[in-house]
Design a binder for this molecule. Structure first.
Ligand code: NAP
Ligand code: GLV
Length: 311
């Protein structure tokens, strides 16, 4: 027996996902959400940033399986029934991509590439003194699937690592801080602040003027979590007044960033188009397929989101 599963992929065709499910999980009949003939029989939805209409169309959902790690695009819906389990993707190739993204940008600043780029624009030839990696302090906001992967990777490259999470953690070689009461202490010793927090009511706007001012002068920010973590006008102010040396943002409050947005021209800011870590087809489909099979067999799937904490 095949199980019909509606799929919803915001603003894009889901055909590549549908084809991958057909290849890897032939017992699941994954179809565009508008082509499901008996919506009342659909129990498992596969989604990326679904619309309110999606939830209205499928009244008997038991679970929605997210095509990404961050579930803010699902939990924001008041129409999401309490009874529906929300299941995230766990890593699915994203850990390795985040390692590369953060290693690349941390090295960019550690090895003065921002300064050499500016020099080249002005045909200048001047060497900046090198700093051993251990003297370049990297702090990770969020030590979950992705943050802990990045912390371990950067530590392996010789950087001095600290991290901040909600609950206390023990990560080899990483000085761990937890909870709001330890945030200031954490921020005070970070040269490169990397954000990999989920977007929740407690983390929205956390990269604000007050918190970013607690970083040592000349620090840099790398945000690959969500645009709503960062107060963009505060970042601009701190870049312009020299408190921050630079910033990288992969996620923005408005995506795509409109062509006329002044952030494109902001000195010291590097923008990438929400590409730090993509959900790779093969591991994502395998994980979602296994989770649906587990639920069909009456077992607990992996990656269930705790709705009351928001991630
Ligand atoms: P995760 O496994 O859920 O980890 C979240 C981490 O944040 C945990 O360590 C958690 O603490 C911590 N945290 C949550 N709320 C906190 C709070 N109020 N104070 C302090 N720490 C808090 O998430 P993940 O898989 O690593 O992914 C992180 C985020 O990356 C996603 O939610 C998504 O938004 C973003 N992302 C972006 C891209 C991209 O391409 N740009 C790709 C994938 C994911 P505990 O450990 O104590 O629970
Ligand atoms: C991407 O942003 C994700 O949350 O997987």
């Amino acid at each position: 027996m095949t199980i019909e599963c509606p799929i919803y992929y915001e603003e894009e065709s889901a055909q590549h996902w549908i084809d991958a499910f057909a290849r890897q999980c032939p017992h699941l009949d994954v179809k565009d959400w508008q082509q499901i003939e008996r919506p009342e029989d659909a129990h498992y939805g596969i989604v990326w940033r679904p619309s309110a209409e999606f939830f209205a169309r499928f009244p008997n959902l038991k679970a929605v399986l997210n095509l990404g790690a961050g579930v803010d695009g699902i939990l924001r819906h008041p129409q999401l029934p309490d009874s529906v389990e929300v299941i995230r993707l766990e890593n699915a190739g994203m850990g390795a991509q985040m390692n590369e993204y953060f290693a690349y940008h941390v090295m960019h600043y550690h090895r003065h590439m921002d300064r050499y780029n500016t020099q080249q624009d002005n045909a200048q030839w001047q060497v900046f003194p090198g700093i051993p990696a251990k003297d370049f302090r990297v702090g990770i906001l969020g030590l979950g699937e992705l943050g802990s992967s990045v912390a371990t990777c950067l530590q392996g490259l010789g950087y001095t690592l600290c991290g901040w999470s909600r609950s206390a953690k023990n990560l080899d070689g990483v000085k761990c801080y937890a909870g709001a009461e330890q945030l200031d202490q954490f921020l005070g010793q970070v040269d490169a602040l990397c954000c990999l927090l989920p977007l929740t009511d407690s983390t929205r706007d956390i990269l604000n003027k007050d918190n970013m001012s607690k970083l040592p002068k000349g620090a840099v920010i790398i945000n690959a979590a969500r645009g709503e973590h960062l107060v963009e006008e505060d970042l601009v102010e701190l870049l312009n007044n020299g408190h921050l040396r630079g910033a990288v943002v992969d996620t923005l409050r408005t995506e795509p960033l409109p062509a006329n947005n002044p952030l494109w021209k902001q000195p010291g800011l590097i923008i990438t188009p929400h590409c730090a870590a993509q959900s790779w087809l093969q591991p994502s489909v395998e994980q979602i397929g296994n989770n649906i099979d587990a639920m069909l067999a009456g077992q607990r799937p992996s990656g269930v989101v705790e709705r009351n904490r928001g991630y």
